[in-house]
Design a protein around this ligand. Sequence first.
Ligand code: GLA
Length: 434
Amino acid sequence: MILFLLGLRILKVVNALVSPDGTGRLPAMGWNSWNEYACDISEDVFVRVADLMVHLGLKDLGYQYVNIDDCWSVKGATRDNVTQRIIPDPVKFPGGIRHVAEEMHARGLKLGIYGDAALGTQTCGGYPGSLGYEEVDAAAWSEWKVDYLKYDNCNIPQEWVDVPYMYPDNGGRPDGPVPPGYDWSTSNSSARYNRMRDALLAQNRTIQYSLCIWGHANVAAWGNATGHSWRMYSDIYPAWAGARQGSQALMPILNQAAFYWNVSGFWGRNDWDMLEVGNGNLTLEENRSHFALWAALKSPLIIGTKLDAISPEILAVLKAEEIIAFNQDPVYGAGAMPYRWDGVGNDTHPADYWAGSSSRGVHVFLLNTEEVERDMELVFGEIPGLQEQQPSVRRGPYLVHDMWTGKDIGVFSDSAVLRVKRHDTAAVRITTAN
Ligand code: GLA
């Protein structure tokens, strides 16, 4: 029995997917093609990205997954007549997916692929879905040496639809049933995603499993038993506030996250969608806030920008070592919690002050949602974790350290005032001063 268990790559232990090599214990870090390339992808794109991840020092900081998103296969309901497998697009991927995986592995990186829990023809982009073909597809991905699966939620057949429970809705379709006793772990959505989980677990390969389920069917309540991360909201787009064709800007997503701060931990976490750092017209301060807060939430850190000709300022944001260290802390699995609202707490002015503990101290993220630079106040007595959790930082005076610059700001007794630019986020670490 023990030998049998040791042979397994990932074990479903109580309510989490645990693997001996640690895959999925911490938030995934990597790069994904969707936000900047959409369907305009090819083997060349991924190999070039892989080279740049090494060359720019991103790999050394922990970014390791290079993830293919939608549109990698032959479009429509096309599967191989004999094997029933999805067919990689021969123009975009002339060497097949396995060849791309080998290129990644040769650089010390890993490869991710994309699928959709839908029937027949329909990923979100209209490529073959995997519902009913879970074993076939998981076996193919495993044989192709894929290391990560993002599994999407478009075009669900009516008999598999649930009441969505939370935005976005079912795209105009009638809602499905609510599960008995409102136990969402028995919902249709949970069943669809568990089928792929079981197919992946049956492979002789460790594949990180990322549920792209947009918060549907209250996934926060059961995602941990199914995958390593679960998308909590609609697609992100690179703007500070507002919504566009069902996609949400940064502040609405953060406001949503404020209500789910206590869900994430080791082996499973909320996914607030891939990073838009470097995209659209986000200012440098907005890019900094985006990165710092997604890291603070312990969301996966999946870069979504073009790496060729990336500006030094944007690269520096993605390489902010101490911010990454908070996200990847080996001792504290929980994300930061909101603890102070200077505004009302809405889609324009979500929580301003977030705090979380790491093995290095207590960290506070101070977000300025106002349109002007302003003073923000660190009041030590109100910071969660500072008083209760860590004996080493229980008593003041406190040393306040800037996680962006890596420099100490100063020693303070009761409070400190920090000047924060419009839409910027100050990120500090607090420890006892002596
Ligand atoms: C959905 C997902 C996105 C992306 C697209 C691809 O919208 O939420 O992240 O994968 O599909 O079509």
